[in-house]
Design a protein around this ligand. Structure first.
Ligand SMILES: CC(C)(COP(=O)(O)OP(=O)(O)OC[C@H]1O[C@@H](n2cnc3c(N)ncnc32)[C@H](O)[C@@H]1OP(=O)(O)O)[C@@H](O)C(=O)NCCC(=O)NCCS
Length: 168
């Protein structure tokens, strides 16, 4: 298995694997593949990595910029993690963990990213350093499911808004 950035021709396999992965997921409305397509069209797919087994794409992760409403000071750009998917037959083999770890490292290495937020299962995401913050919040989900990870130990205060590609 190797990880590489998305390239031309990957959009259909990414959509298909995302649809299959989320078909069995709780809290899914089945539109995650459409979000990725809209992010790509809007030029907001800042980091898009695929996991490949030979030539087959078996996993994918997307990161896109988020706005922080109400933040008073200038702050570096923050990003939202997701959607992230691994095809059902290859789940629980560490592929999701590798995609998340490499994606976060890619963002951090740009030197311009302040941090990353995620909406998901705390039991899974805390291993990557994500935790809820009283300062940086997302009002559309229970607080324990919205977590932040700063790259520079600063967490701006405000309310997170995902890109319009996430609007249904
Ligand atoms: C979420 C997803 C990307 C993870 O990918 P993956 O390759 O299966 O995950 P990994 O193999 O890296 O990690 C799985 C490990 O995390 C652990 N884990 C998973 N969810 C957990 C949780 N809620 N609490 C604690 N541990 C958890 C599992 O125990 C597993 O370890 P084990 O095999 O030793 O038991 C994948 O399951 C998926 O595509 N799910 C459907 C789509 C989805 O829900 N995406 C995330 C939306 S936020």
């Amino acid at each position: 298995m190797h990880i590489r950035p998305e390239q031309a021709g990957d959009s259909h396999p990414i959509a298909e694997l995302t649809r299959r992965a989320f078909a069995r997921a709780k809290h899914s409305d089945g539109t995650e593949q459409d979000i990725i397509d809209r992010l790509r069209k809007r030029g907001k797919l800042t980091c898009s990595l695929v996991a490949c087994l030979g030539t087959e794409i078996i996993g994918h992760i997307a990161f896109s910029p988020v706005c922080i409403i109400g933040a008073h000071n200038q702050h570096p750009q923050w990003y939202g993690l997701g959607p992230v998917s691994v095809i059902p037959a290859q789940q629980r083999r560490g592929i999701g963990k590798t995609l998340i770890t490499q994606g976060l490292a890619t963002l951090e290495k740009t030197g311009t990213a302040g941090g990353c937020v995620v909406l998901g299962d705390p039991g899974y995401y805390q291993q990557f350093g994500f935790m809820p913050s009283p300062n940086l919040t997302y009002p559309h989900a229970p607080a324990q499911y919205f977590m932040v990870r700063s790259f520079d130990s600063n967490i701006p205060a405000g309310i997170v808004r995902y890109d319009a590609a996430f609007d249904t």
